[in-house]
Design a binder for this molecule. Structure first.
Ligand code: PLP
Length: 378
């Protein structure tokens, strides 16, 4: 029986093998294993890709988010106890970064059409302590609209993008800096290059993007023991640097980001065309096609059929996953979190099912997977 793995990272990276080996050799021969030209070149190339003038390569996406928030605290623009509005449907890292900085995550429910934050519910959550919104471009879909931008401007809030899943995505709408790309839309953004991401490293890696020179300098110092320059520690910082070896791997893959994203879109279009079941709601194909890079292709399976469909697909050799089975506010570590009711997020958690979409799943595989879904005997 043919197998359709959910994700095979060796297949994802196989097309880059020769370039990666050459890049790894370059780093090994350079003798420079922390910082230096490789990381600087990566930052410059990431700046070109996103349009954000300042990029700081860091250890991972969670650290990128943590460093942004901690830098705002050092700069006096946030303080302990401030509230940050964040979508209830996100990977837990968005919440963890907020709590780790001594801030309070305030979850907002999602719009069932996009599975991203419902901006019409934000205003009802704003208190005098609300100082920032962390929008998450979940599954690679830009989460920004006029309403959100107006709230940010009218309430003088910070807009932080969790762009961990959205490299290369372009908003239909200009952000605060007059730019369109994920990472350049708000005041600061975090990227993750975790190996499963559309552009993934061979280990942990991340980046902070911003238009704010002062924030950039603070993040850079915080990521390097708080040192503004060598042995001059302005802050009680951390060691959250990007390794040159990962920067080199990413420099191989960055030029192919748009191609990787376009290939995913092609597979998404096959699913969109071929999956036909009354109990399955497919993800929206946005009018502005570049505003989603299909990090995940997430179905909603109605009539309590999600687990049955997942089990059936497993029997048929189709790997699937659930992003995410338990929303952060229902995780044990957030049992004391204050929050309002979040019915859409809680409902979707029992319905969502992610299909294979990365390199390794061909368009004919996608058509075959659609057929298997359509033929599930219930
Ligand atoms: C939405 C989101 N935010 C943050 C992160 C954290 O990134 P990392 O795994 O690189 O720490 C991830 C990914 O893992 C993510 O999907």
């Amino acid at each position: 029986m043919k197998k359709y793995p959910f994700l095979d990272l060796a297949e994802v990276n196989a097309p880059y093998m020769n370039e990666m080996v050459a890049a790894a050799e370059r780093v090994i021969r350079s003798g420079r294993y922390i910082g230096g030209a490789e990381v600087e070149a990566f930052e410059e190339e990431m700046s070109q890709l996103t349009g954000a003038p300042y990029i700081i390569g860091v250890s991972n996406g969670l650290d990128a988010l943590r460093l942004i928030l901690k830098a705002y605290i050092e700069l006096g623009r946030l303080k302990e106890g401030d509230e940050v509005i964040v979508p209830a449907n996100t990977y837990i890292a968005s919440f963890l970064a907020i709590s780790d900085a001594g801030l309070e995550p305030v979850p907002v429910d999602i719009d069932p059409a996009t599975l991203n934050l419902d901006s019409s519910q934000i205003e009802g959550l704003i208190t005098p302590r609300t100082k920032a919104i962390m929008t998450v471009h979940l599954y690679g879909r830009i989460a920004l609209n006029e309403k959100l931008l107006n709230i940010v401007r009218n309430h003088n809030l910070l807009l932080i993008e969790d762009s961990a899943q959205a490299i290369g995505a372009r908003s239909a709408l200009k952000g605060l800096n007059g730019k369109y790309s994920a990472g350049a839309l708000g005041h600061a953004a975090a990227f993750s290059f975790y190996p499963t991401k559309n552009t993934g490293a061979l280990g942990d890696a991340g980046a902070v993007a911003t238009h704010d020179e002062e924030l950039a300098a603070t993040v850079r110092a915080l990521a390097n023991y708080g040192a503004e320059r060598r042995y001059h520690n302005l802050y009680k910082g951390y060691n959250c640097r990007l390794d040159p070896i990962q920067a080199a791997m990413l420099r191989v893959k960055l030029p192919y980001t748009n191609k990787e994203n376009a290939d995913r879109f092609e597979r998404a279009l096959v699913y969109e065309r071929e999956i036909k079941r009354d109990d399955v709601v497919k993800p929206l194909i946005p009018k502005d096609v570049n505003s989603c890079i299909w990090h995940q292709y997430v179905l909603r399976v109605k009539n309590n059929n999600r687990d049955r469909l997942q089990a059936y697909l497993d029997e048929c050799g189709v790997g699937t996953d659930i992003h995410y089975a338990i929303p952060p506010h229902l995780q044990p570590c957030y049992s004391n979190l204050r929050h309002g009711s979040l019915p859409e997020t809680e409902k979707m958690a029992n319905e969502i099912l992610s299909l294979p979409i990365a390199t390794g799943t061909t368009v004919s595989d996608a058509a075959q997977i659609a057929k298997i879904i359509n033929n599930a005997p219930f």
